[in-house]
Design a protein around this ligand. Structure first.
Ligand code: NAD
Length: 260
């Protein structure tokens, strides 16, 4: 029987490339997005997150094999907190019971190499505590200066998301239930999210000074899709709680031998 996968953010960029790749490989994909998807749901709201789980349960018949939490925003605003952290965690946790009937259940989230950039300790702590109202309030304060403190919002969501994966993956709910839970951390990927940042050669060069990608530079979304597909395939039996950097070398350049 072909695998059934759920992909959030399936209408664009990395999510769309992943959907196309899996479908080419014969998998059934239930795409979730604000538009152009089998399941239309707004992951920034509690209602939308609940509707996502209900709709996937119905469309899938109550059994899925893999969850790809890809949807995200990169704007210096509270909505980025709602989607990137709380929407992602709610997708993964809400869909986990539907993985129970799979012979090879898998889950993966999309973090970012931006987790290595400056972030806001207060916001990261509130996200780690799962306090959405307080996190939204903090993001509102940071968003008042979009080009300075506002820039900390995106990185903070990705720090908290990577940390969430590290803390959850080895627990009874995930590893104990035979479900590998991992994350990918892309460098700069050419999608609608980054289009305005990499429009000209000059823009690309200045971005790559901040996000060094010595191996092949800016990547196409299919590069991330292939890694996601493998992490959520039956072949992946032992990766647990890994944040896999698919970044052309940013992590190696920026963190050197301080981690491995
Ligand atoms: N593009 C990059 O350089 C890059 C780098 C690192 C990480 N990422 C991460 O990869 C993921 C995908 O980004 P992308 O580059 O493909 O961006 P994208 O903008 O092309 O796609 C994001 C998708 O998420 C959906 N989405 C946004 N808000 C939503 C909501 N409230 N409810 C449901 N769906 C919603 C959008 O409609 C869109 O289809 C994001 O989590 C992003 O943070 C991207």
């Amino acid at each position: 029987m072909p695998r059934t996968s759920v992909i959030t953010g399936a209408a664009s960029g990395i999510g769309k490339a992943t959907k196309e790749l899996l479908e080419q490989r014969g998998e059934r994909v239930i795409g979730v997005d604000l538009h152009d998807a089998e399941v239309v749901a707004d992951l920034s709201t509690a209602e939308g997150r609940g509707a996502l789980v209900d709709a996937v349960r119905e469309v899938s018949g109550g059994r899925i094999d893999a969850v790809y939490a890809v949807a995200g925003l990169a704007i210096p605003a509270p909505a980025t907190v709602a989607v990137n952290f709380f929407g992602t965690v709610a997708s993964i946790e809400g869909l986990r019971p539907l993985l129970a009937g799979s012979e090879a259940p898998r889950a993966v989230v999309v973090s970012s190499m931006a987790a290595l950039m400056a972030s806001d300790d207060e916001l990261v702590a509130l996200l780690t505590d799962g306090d959405e109202p307080a996190a939204m309030d903090r993001a509102q304060v940071l968003a008042k200066e979009p080009s300075t403190t506002g820039q900390l919002i995106y990185a903070s969501t990705k720090v908290a998301l990577s940390r969430w994966v590290r803390r959850k993956a080895a627990t009874a709910e995930w590893a104990g239930a035979g479900i590998p839970l991992n994350a990918v951390a892309p460098g700069v990927i050419a999608t609608p999210m980054t289009a305005d940042l990499i429009d000209t050669e000059q823009e690309r060069e200045s971005l790559l000074k901040v996000v060094p990608m010595p191996l092949n530079g800016i990547a196409e979304p299919i590069v991330v899709a292939r890694l996601l597909a493998w992490l959520n395939s039956a072949e992946n039996t032992h990766l647990c709680g890994q944040i896999v950097y698919v970044d052309g070398g940013s992590d190696a350049v920026l963190r050197g031998d301080s981690v491995w």
